[in-house]
Design a protein around this ligand. Structure first.
Ligand code: ZN
Length: 137
């Protein structure tokens, strides 16, 4: 337990030190993402790891400042400005893209053929809706 805490502290120290090398926080996140992407064994859920990291930082900052920096999706880390809809509850947020990804995953679980069919219909109607929306704007 103590060694896990020490390891976390080392990782946090490294992150803080490394982050000071960058003027723009997004550049640091991009560089970090590239380093994780090239790591071996590869980390498949990279965007979720980055999202979790962003969320952890924001929760930490929120505790320090007493206010929220921004609403970011707890799964992918995108801000509410970057997505169409953000579903926000007391302590967490979910963007529309991750909600659709969750529906896709649920529809592909074993024995859920009717959800797969429903998701297919949803995707067709959503695609038509996007086309229509683009033409009308
Ligand atoms: Zn998301």
């Amino acid at each position: 337990m103590a060694s896990t805490t020490a390891r976390s502290q080392n990782a946090i120290d490294w992150l803080v030190k490394e982050s000071q090398e960058y003027e723009n926080p997004e550049d640091f996140v991009t560089s970090l993402a590239a380093q994780i992407k090239d790591s071996s064994p590869p980390l498949h859920n990279l965007k979720y790891a980055i999202g979790a990291l962003r969320t952890a930082c924001e929760v930490h900052l929120k505790n320090q400042t007493g206010e929220s920096i921004s609403n970011r999706c707890d799964f992918c880390g995108k801000s509410s400005d970057d997505v169409h809809t953000m579903i926000v509850s007391n302590k967490s947020a979910l963007c529309d893209e991750c909600a659709v990804a969750a529906l896709h995953t649920i529809s592909h679980t074993k024995g859920q053929w009717y959800l797969r069919l429903a998701f297919f219909a949803f995707r067709v109607i959503a695609s038509l809706g996007r086309l229509f929306h683009r033409e009308s704007t």
